[in-house]
Design a protein around this ligand. Structure first.
Ligand code: TPP
Length: 698
């Protein structure tokens, strides 16, 4: 066997490779690949994506320590087998059995995942695990762990935003991560030359990551290079990238025909020179470690083991449809607790500052990560200014990349099941992190409860740039600074969305959100950051709201999914208004004005948690008043407010005496900067008052 490319300064690995065991595992991977390919062709299951040509990943995984973390992709059957020794798992997933260890039959085959074996849950979205892997590495570094993480990706995956976010995370924070680019020359029909310009090694080194090119068709070379690159990473010298050159011996997947885009000559050459299983077997025979006859004997033994496993698995139950709603979210049950601390008038910003300090005080592992959050200013709005002063190491300024931010917090949370806080300056800018957030929300469901992603994403949202803005003006946030945001999050299954309206609720809900095992988006309204309690048009404080500007010292929590019902006026309510965030303030002002004009009572239901929203509270309020209005700050484009409105129509129809009202911002991209258009864009107390009068007159 020829070894054409060797790592330039190879040293003998400290841990010798168990060559025969590695060879056996590689043959297992290939034999399983061939078996599953055949079964797919026979129509036994819908899809298969194989590992042929990538089996030297067995040796790559063998060069790591058993506690090192793995973030694999679909060609890494060899690495799975090396780490777990489990031949049943991949077969179970192919046959989508509920016994499958990766997703209990929920995810496509070859999507490796195991909390027990520290294998992060592979996504179908190429390289989408990358920012999470960066977060895991970040956590390992913070804990001065001797463990490292290996992240693998195809050459196509290198072009993704996710990969580039990881690259930045790794380079900027010099993380303990070994990035392995498994370059088989193809991304479906596209050649790797289309994925980056120039040379990948130079590119990586230019960006601050040490890199080497290695021949992955040579198993020993792959092992030696991984050993020494892993040593390099483990010793704290920073991240490393291995450009592993491989051949793709099969079609991309069971849905592709290799002959339609690859030439006969190229396929023949790849098969002859880049088959790591054949190359390694031949080398073992040449070196006298195996006899020629052992090659076929080993293959047959393994095939018999796999046949037995397959037969066993076919007796196992398939999942039933009754579990379809299992593991969508994981919210620990709320423990009733009474705030004991002295109450002080506090703004919402003060309350958020206090909550973050409480979290840091209770858990030295907690941190807030985001743009400018580690500066003495405590982020652009000052939400971490107390944290920076009291626990400076726990408020960390990030590069200007929202996907980097969300990935760091999400990955760190996956390591130990404790939420870290990502701060996004303005909700409008979460958009580059959307994929990471959606994946975070999916992990629990996809892995059938094996993995969870506790993550607290706080962000300024809605009208108001955040300055001391009165409740009657919106505040010049304009494009990029003023979107409501809930329309982007409340349609993601698995994600919790919270939007407090008062300082008291903001603190209690933030503290509770940090306990959630499902990711939480915590929408902080800019207009409420420094606002005073609301007053009606006669200048009277609105009592039910004003008392919520008093915030207790210390720790207390409020339940997720529970609305706050507030009665404005006296007696039975003649109207229910459902709102959240800033619109609660506008609604209360409108309700107070109407009540002082006509008497009676209006009930304002502040949802507080948008998903899951408090269906009981809405239904009860509608049952009592028989009239309802939903008020939202979102543009009227199929957002969350429309969902609540539709839910009421569907579920409370027979309790309604009139058409349920709906008030929203206008269906334009966002609030314009100039005052007349901005004011026309948002609902205000006077819009709400007009609607109330219209509805009560019906
Ligand atoms: C983000 C994303 N875009 C497109 C796809 C469809 N797709 C699946 S695999 C693949 C090619 C991946 O190529 P590469 O990373 O080189 O890995 P290889 O399959 O060659 O091992 C594509 C485009 C996807 N799964 N995810």
């Amino acid at each position: 066997m020829t070894i054409d490319i060797r790592a330039s300064d190879v040293r003998a690995p400290a841990k010798p490779l168990d060559m025969l065991a590695t060879y056996r595992t590689m043959v297992t991977a290939r034999t399983m690949n061939d078996l599953l390919k055949t079964r797919k062709t026979q129509g036994k299951f819908p899809f298969y994506i194989g590992c042929a040509g990538h089996e030297s990943m067995t040796a790559v995984a063998a060069a790591l320590e058993k506690n090192d973390w793995l973030s694999l992709y679909y060609r890494d059957l060899g690495a799975w087998l090396e780490r777990t020794g489990d031949i049943y798992g991949p077969l179970r997933e192919a046959y989508s059995r509920s016994t499958g260890p990766m997703g209990a039959g929920r995810n496509m085959p070859s999507h490796y995942s195991s909390k027990r074996f520290r294998i992060l849950p592979t996504f179908s979205e190429v390289a989408a695990l990358a920012p999470f892997a960066g977060g895991v590495a970040y956590s390992l570094k913070r804990h001065h762990s001797s463990d490292i993480i290996m992240f693998t990706v195809g050459d196509g995956g290198v072009a993704t935003n996710d990969f580039n976010a990881l690259f930045r995370q790794a380079a900027v924070h010099q993380l303990p991560i070994l990035i392995v680019v498994e370059d088989n020359g193809w991304a479906i029909t596209t050649q790797s030359t289309a994925q980056w310009s120039g040379n990948l090694i130079d590119w990586a080194k230019g960006g601050g990551i040490y890199a080497e090119e290695v021949n992955g068709a040579d198993t020993i070379a792959a092992y030696e290079a991984t050993s020494h690159l892993a040593d390099y990473v483990r010793s704290g010298q920073g991240p490393a990238l291995m450009h592993l050159r491989l051949g793709l011996l099969d079609a991309h997947s069971s849905s592709t025909d290799i002959r339609t885009y690859r030439t006969k000559e190229e396929i023949a050459e790849t098969t002859a020179t880049k088959d790591p299983v054949k190359n390694f077997g031949r080398w073992l025979v040449e070196q006298g470690h195996l006899q020629e006859s052992d090659i076929e004997r080993i293959r047959k033994e393994i095939r018999a083991e796999l046949d037995k496993a397959e037969n066993d698995i076919l007796q196992e139950p398939e999942p039933g449809a009754e579990r379809i709603l299992h593991h969508v979210t994981q919210i620990p049950s709320w423990r009733e607790n009474i705030p004991r601390g002295a109450q002080r008038p506090t703004t919402m910003l003060g309350a958020i500052n206090e909550a973050l300090v409480e979290l840091a005080e209770r858990d030295p592992d907690f941190f807030v990560y985001g743009q400018d959050v580690g500066s003495p200013k405590g982020g652009v709005f000052g939400a971490t200014s107390m944290l920076v002063t009291k626990y400076p190491g726990q408020a960390i300024s990030s590069p200007l990349n929202e996907q980097v931010i969300v990935g760091i917090a999400a990955g760190a949370g996956m390591v130990d099941g404790k939420a870290r806080c990502a701060e996004i300056q303005f909700v409008d800018y979460h958009q580059s992190a959307t994929q990471t957030l959606r994946m975070a929300a999916r992990v629990l469901y996809q892995s059938y409860g094996d993995w969870s992603v506790p993550l607290l994403l706080r962000t300024k949202s809605g009208s108001g740039g955040g300055g001391p803005i009165s409740s009657s003006t919106a505040g010049g946030g304009a494009f990029g600074h003023s979107n409501a945001g809930e329309q982007w999050f409340t349609n993601i299954p698995g994600l919790i969305t919270i939007c407090p309206a008062t300082p008291f609720d903001a603190k209690g809900l933030l503290l509770e959100a940090a306990r959630s095992q499902s990711p939480v988006v915590f929408l902080e309204r800019g207009r409420l950051y420094r606002s005073e309690p609301p007053k009606d048009s006669q200048g009277n404080l609105i009592g039910v709201m004003a008392e919520l500007w008093n915030v207790p010292d210390g720790y207390y929590t409020l339940p997720i999914g529970k609305a706050r019902r507030m009665r404005i006026g006296k007696g039975a309510s003649s109207l229910a208004i459902i709102s959240w965030g800033t619109m609660v303030m506008e609604t209360c002002i409108a309700a107070a004005n109407i009540v002082s004009k006509y008497g009676g009572a209006i009930e304002v239901v502040d949802l507080r948690t948008l998903i899951p929203f408090d269906e009981e509270a809405i239904a009860a309020a509608v049952r009592e008043a028989n009239r309802v209005i939903v008020v939202t700050e979102e543009p009227d484009m199929g957002g969350f407010g429309r969902h609540v409105h539709s839910w009421i129509v569907q579920n409370c129809f027979y309790d309604l005496d009139s058409t349920p009202g709906f008030i929203s911002a206008l269906a334009v991209p966002a609030a314009p900067y100039n005052a007349p258009e901005e004011t026309a864009f948002y609902p205000t107390a006077s819009t709400i008052e007009a609607k109330i009068e219209e509805l009560l007159a019906e």
